[in-house]
Each structure stands twice: as C-alpha cells, then as structure tokens.
Design a protein around this ligand. Structure first.
Ligand code: SF4
Length: 311
C-alpha cells in the first residue's frame, strides 16, 4: 500500500477554556495536541509560512487544533490565509465560542455527551446548549465535518443513545477510546472503556452498514462505516494497534498507545507524537530539514500491537 504524507497539525495555541478530565486531570488544563510544549503566543505569519513550506513538501491536509483554537482572535485571518493554499483544511473546536467564520475549513466539534448533567463534569466547563447550537448551525451551513466523542467508562452506558441521536440528526461521528497521555496509569485503567463491540452496536442501531473499511493513515487505524441512512461513523480503537518508527527505539514511552499519527507544529517545534522527541522548527532551514526527516520516519513506519501485547 502506498503510504501518504503525514498531515500537518497546527497546534495554534495550548490555551483552552475547557478542562476535560482526560486532558486536564489536575484542572489546570489546556495542553491538547501540543502536549509538553508551551504555546500561548502563536504568530499568524509563522503558522502561514510553515504551512506553505509543508505544502511545498507534499503535505495535503492541514488541521488547526489546540488547546482551543477559537480563543485566538485572528483565527479567521489564519484560516483565510491557509485557505489560499492547496491543502484540505479542518479545525477542531469544542464549539463553545460559537464562531462561524471558518473560511473553507471543515469543522470538527468535540462532544462527549449529550446529557446536560454529565457535560460539565466531563468538560470541567462549558455549556451543552450553546455547543449544540454550534453543532446544528454549522451542520446547516454545510461547514460541519463531524462531531467527535471520546468514549470512557463515564459515557459508555449512554453511547447507543448518543449514536441514535447523531443518526437522527444527520451528524457524522468519530468515536475514540481513551489514550493514556496525561492520565496516570491508575486513572487511565479506571476510566478506560473498550469500544471493540461497536461493530455490533452500529448494526443494532444503524442497520447493516453499507461499507466497513479502514482509513489509510498513520497511527491507530480508523474503521469507517457508511450507514444506510447516509450517516458516516468512524471508530478509532487503539486495541487495533498503531504505527511506530525508527525514532521509537530510543523513546522512554515505547510502546505508547497512540503511536505516530500526525506531525504537529507547536511553539516552533515539530512533534511526531504526543510523548516522544521534539524537533526544532523555528527557522525555515530547521523546519524543512526536520519535516523532511519526519516524513521519512512516518513513511517507513510499521504497524504493531506492541502496546496491548505489553498489557
Ligand atoms: S511516544 Fe512517539 S517516539 Fe515514543 S514510542 Fe510513541 S510514537 Fe514512538
């Protein structure tokens, strides 16, 4: 199988207005995908320059994330500039600030529960009604790509109701299981829910899926389903394994659960994963050299279930 270039994740800021228990268990929160890198003073020109360079090196997808990217006042300008490039664009948000100006980017909204009394205990902040307004408005504008749900022991009992609600409201969904990034091992064990039974759940709720397949990408393979009513569902289950590369041999976190899943740019560094090494990328020369190196690492990466074998 021909392996594509890894996509570029721009960690536009580590600041976040939410305190989700799996991202900010200490309540201080706001690291997100730039885990381990402080990034609270991003520069628009720098993000645009690095995105252009990545595109010139073959990157075809750019994802803007955080922290919470809608906290950046100049996010619309950033997206307008990125939109002049050739890449597929997306933005990940919690939807609370109800922004509408995403240019040509598609929006992914995190939504772990639709039960009002569970929402704040999961997110540590926010307002479910406001977020649902964002979901429906962006859906109606044709801007919403999908909602994303991290499945844990807390929301697992209600996941079939959630899925039925998403299908009824014509919302595509991505389900993830819980990753052991910032949680201690004990916290992770007590919060983890196995989503391996989702095949049968989808058949029960959505009827027989038209198509089941694995998306071609890095990290944990995502199984995708087209349900007969047109709803698109992805299930990213770390039990399936993940991808590691030449840089993993010397990594203290090997075998990590998430593996090499994207190249992230945060605070002028390139991060091939959440807990591994970081590469200088402030200057054009460092960015080009280190992105080139990481693209090769990803393309030569190998699939393994090492994390689960060690459990
Ligand atoms: S944290 Fe990164 S470098 Fe370390 S094992 Fe995982 S993918 Fe490899």
């Amino acid at each position: 199988m021909k392996i594509e270039q890894p996509y570029l994740t721009l960690v536009a800021t580590n600041k976040c207005n939410y305190r989700c228990f799996y991202c900010s268990p200490d309540g201080h929160g706001g690291m997100g995908e730039g885990f381990g890198v402080k990034n609270d003073e991003p520069e628009l020109e720098d993000l645009v320059l690095k995105s252009r360079l990545a595109e010139s090196m073959g990157t075809k997808k750019i994802r803007v994330t955080g922290g919470e990217p809608t906290l950046i006042p100049w996010l619309p300008e950033l997206l307008q500039e990125l939109g002049k490039g050739s890449s597929e664009l997306s933005v990940a948000t919690n939807g609370f600030l109800q922004k509408r100006d995403f240019g040509r980017a598609k929006v992914r909204i995190s939504l772990d529960t639709i039960i009002p009394e569970d929402y704040r205990s999961t997110c540590g902040a926010g307002d479910l009604a406001r977020v649902l307004e964002s979901v429906f408005e962006l859906r109606d504008m044709g801007v919403l790509d999908r909602i994303a749900c991290v499945v844990t022991n807390r929301n697992y009992p209600n996941v079939s109701g959630y899925l039925r609600w998403a299908i009824d409201n014509d919302l595509s969904v991505k389900f993830f299981d819980l990753y052991a990034t910032v949680l201690t091992k004990d916290q992770w064990v007590s919060e983890y829910a196995d989503i391996g039974s989702f095949d049968s759940l989808l058949q029960l709720i959505g009827g027989v899926p038209r198509q089941i397949g694995y998306t071609k990408s890095f990290g944990i393979p995502a199984k995708h389903y087209d349900l007969p009513n047109g709803t698109y569902v992805r299930v990213k289950d770390s039990m399936e394994g993940t991808r590691y590369g030449s840089i993993c041999g010397g990594c203290d976190s090997y075998p990590c659960q998430e593996g090499l899943y994207t190249v992230a740019y945060a605070d002028k560094k390139l991060l091939p994963c959440r807990q591994g090494p970081q590469y200088e990328a402030g200057s054009v020369e460092d960015f080009v050299n280190n992105l080139g190196f990481l693209q090769k690492v990803f393309q030569r990466s190998y699939f393994s279930r090492a994390f689960w074998r060690d459990k």
